[in-house]
Design a protein around this ligand. Structure first.
Ligand code: 4AD
Ligand code: MG
Length: 482
């Protein structure tokens, strides 16, 4: 069997039962004959204190030697008895009998030979490290409180997403990662090829023959699983995807990644109202789950990362999301700009909402989450249902304070003729989307869906300011380390 996890041990009543702890040493303190070793195994935020009493008769010599060699970062196995802790701040501790160092974290030794054995000092010494520094050691940062907590919240929220949709009879579908089409029509795609580009450059080729490429055509990493999800919603009624998506946008911001995970439900026989109700109910379920099941980690984020995060989430769970049309939103922003508010980007009808605008709308106009609907068609994707005004589409973005857009969705244009006309207007080749258009040709239905950026969700729940700190190994412009 495995050693028990610290999370499992901390849930037990202390009755001097034998326990075995495996984990990594966070701290080591000495007081006369007593040695206190704090061990963490990542199963929960809390570590467990293991107390060694070297003064007891027949204290094992191996343990004594191991204690002398023990340093922060070492992997250890400790056996002892679980007892009520006399110290404050912890209910239980381990009266430890034996200690085995499984993997040491040796002191700095830069001159070791051969050179590949050279070891700088363990970078995670007991002090506050900056998030920027930790980004440079992204392979070690999960051993810190902050990144352990982020990983656990991420894990629980991924499960909550499946729980929510499964309870509502949505079918989980896996959409392709390599695709020939641009689902958002925005052109920010990474090309996938097995052609040897260096060879091509050397041979002086002026044109690329994509027929010779792996798939016999030009292919990319997907920006969204939506189009494929739509075809499955047009057969299974309620579906969702949850997978990686890729965008080669040159946005070097705290809320953009080049590789991120997206959750995309798609519902048949449904319009924008259903879509918005689903988005609100879904987010509330997720936040409620976080508050209950990630309470320890959220308390940590509240205390050390972003004050008030628990209160904010609680308020959102109990609030009703505000609704405003894009046109009214612009009206509010223009009004604000006409008074004393200074925006870097002047708000005017037709412009994309900038994060400063989103911030104003959530924090000042709505005082909480707000769903903005009916955007100008020219700033939204080709597939959105066209309104009768000829100018706007049935889009909806869910904006939340501090972060801005967390969800983007829409009702889809189900009318074949209108959809084709719009695609042609936008310069798209209909033959590339023949399979997609078939859903409108045979048994077409009103349908809607949305996309939730998983990392934006985790940012919102944890209060982490930079999106690069809520995914294990971030990919962004100029950054593909690890
Ligand atoms: O608004 P977006 O671009 O919508 C779509 O992709 C639709 N196909 C979704 C749908 O209707 N099925 O992206 C959806 C969400 C955004 O609201 C945001 O949370 C997140 O995905 N997102 C990003 N997250 C991190 N980095 C990026 N570069 C992101 N771009 C979008
Ligand atoms: Mg969007």
């Amino acid at each position: 069997m495995f050693a028990q996890l610290i999370k499992e041990i901390l849930a037990q009543a202390p009755q001097s039962q034998e326990v075995k702890i495996c984990g990594w040493v966070r701290t080591r303190r000495e007081m006369k004959n007593l040695v206190f070793v704090e061990v963490n195994d990542g199963s929960c935020l809390a570590g467990i204190q293991c107390t060694f009493d070297r003064g007891t008769a027949a204290f094992p010599a191996e343990t004594d030697a191991a204690l002398a060699a023990l340093s922060t970062g070492a992997a250890v196995a400790i056996e002892g008895h679980l007892i009520a802790s006399p110290a404050s701040g912890q209910a239980v501790e381990v009266a430890a009998q034996s200690l085995r160092i499984i993997g040491e974290a040796p002191a700095e030794n830069r001159d070791a030979q051969p050179a590949y054995l050279a070891t700088p000092a363990y970078p995670l010494q007991k002090k506050r490290h900056s998030l920027e520094f930790l980004r440079e050691i992204a392979h070690l940062r999960p051993r810190t409180n902050t990144f352990g907590a982020v990983a656990r919240v991420r894990n629980r929220m991924a499960f909550a997403i499946h729980q929510y949709f499964q309870q509502q009879n949505f079918q989980y579908i896996n959409t392709p990662i390599i695709t020939a089409g641009d689902a958002e029509g925005a052109g920010a795609m990474f090309q996938v090829t097995t052609l040897d580009v260096e060879d091509l450059a050397k041979s002086g080729a002026r044109q690329i023959d994509h027929a010779k490429d792996f798939f016999g055509k030009k292919t990319f990493l997907t920006v969204s699983g939506q189009l494929e999800a739509e075809t499955y919603a047009a057969a299974l009624s309620r579906v969702y995807t949850f997978g990686p998506t890729f965008r080669a946008e040159n946005s070097n911001t705290a809320r953009h990644l080049a590789e991120f995970w997206m959750v995309e439900p798609e519902i048949a026989f449904a319009g924008l109202e259903n879509d918005m109700a689903l988005a609100e109910d879904f987010l509330k379920f997720i936040f409620k789950t976080a508050l209950v099941d990630c309470a320890e980690d959220l308390a940590f984020f509240d205390a050390h990362i972003e004050k008030g995060i628990i209160e904010t989430l609680t308020r959102v769970v109990n609030a009703q999301f505000a609704h405003i049309t894009y046109t009214d939103a612009i009206g509010e922003l223009e009004k604000a700009a006409g008074k004393s508010i200074v925006f870097e980007f002047k708000p005017q009808w037709g412009c994309d909402l900038q994060s400063e605008h989103e911030k104003y709308l959530t924090e000042k106009v709505a005082g909480g989450p707000v769903i903005v609907t009916d955007y100008p068609k020219d700033i939204k994707a080709f597939y959105m249902k066209q309104n009768d005004d000829g100018k706007t589409v049935r889009a909806m973005d869910v904006l939340v304070p501090r972060l801005g857009e967390i969800i983007g969705g829409s009702q889809r244009e189900e009318n074949l003729e209108k959809l084709c006309r719009r695609m042609l207007e936008m310069g798209m080749k209909l033959e590339d989307y023949a399979w997609y258009l078939d859903t409108r040709r045979y048994g077409t239905i009103p349908h809607a869906g949305f996309g939730l950026g998983f990392e934006r969700l985790i940012q919102y729940i944890t209060g982490m300011a930079n999106i690069r700190d809520v995914i294990p190994y971030p990919r962004a412009v100029g950054q593909a380390d690890f």
